[in-house]
Ligand binder design. Structure first.
Ligand code: 5GP
Length: 206
């Protein structure tokens, strides 16, 4: 009998500038991983180098609002003047195929996933210190000083919600953060509540 394991829905969250994207990319480089990334939809302008359908699906506010009405998002949120959301299609399909689906999203959306998908694993990525976060936001050079200021204020509000997550991971070094996340994913798969039914089936099928 083959054990057909369902993938995990992993929510990688935390304040803007903490390095979620870099850690996610490092995760995809890990050996023996089976990740799939859920490309989000947004109404913000494309940054130089970003590719539609790879980094985000870039849409107008009207298009985004239409999709909200049609219930086409697993979660969605407004973040510093723009909408961001996880398209619902594909997520369940990929989980059934046994893939780990990674969502890289902000806090409000992560907490919507918490309510909707009870067995999702929520990881809050934190910087080693606040200065690291601020420096990163400023050095990215893609936002105006006003937007950077707003993102810093938002980050301070987001930190206060970290207690709602399952895990807190420090992004001191990208590879270390990715290693810690891999350890969490392995441990989550081994949790009794996730795996007991498979072994019961094995025994019953004897
Ligand atoms: P950025 O504009 O820097 O690409 O993203 C701004 C924030 O929105 C980041 O914290 C990013 O993780 C988050 N974000 C990206 N995609 C989604 C999404 O689909 N849903 C939610 N709720 N947040 C998202």
């Amino acid at each position: 009998m083959k054990l057909n394991e369902r993938g995990l829905l992993v929510v990688l969250s935390g304040p803007s500038g903490v390095g979620k994207g870099t850690v996610r990319k490092a995760l995809f480089q890990m050996p023996e991983q089976n990740f799939t990334y859920s490309v989000s939809m947004t109404t913000r302008n494309k940054r130089p180098g970003e590719i539609d359908g790879v980094d985000y699906y870039f849409v107008t506010k009207e298009e985004f609002q239409k999709r909200i009405k049609e219930n086409k998002f697993l979660e969605h949120a407004e973040f510093v003047g723009n909408y961001y959301g996880t398209p619902l299609d594909k997520v369940e399909e990929r989980l059934q195929e046994g893939k780990e689906v990674i969502l890289e999203i902000e806090v409000e959306g992560a907490l919507q996933v918490r309510d909707k998908v009870k067995d999702a694993v929520l990881i809050f990525l934190v910087p080693p210190c606040k200065e690291a976060l601020y420096n990163r936001l400023k050095s990215r050079g893609t936002e105006s000083p006003e937007v950077i200021e707003e993102r810093i204020k938002k980050a301070n509000r987001e930190f206060k919600l970290a207690y709602k997550y399952d895990y807190i991971v420090v992004n001191d070094e990208v590879v270390n953060a990715a290693d810690r996340i891999m350890a969490i994913i392995r441990a989550e798969h081994a949790k009794t509540e996730r795996s007991i039914h498979k072994y019961m089936k094995l025994i019953e099928g004897e």
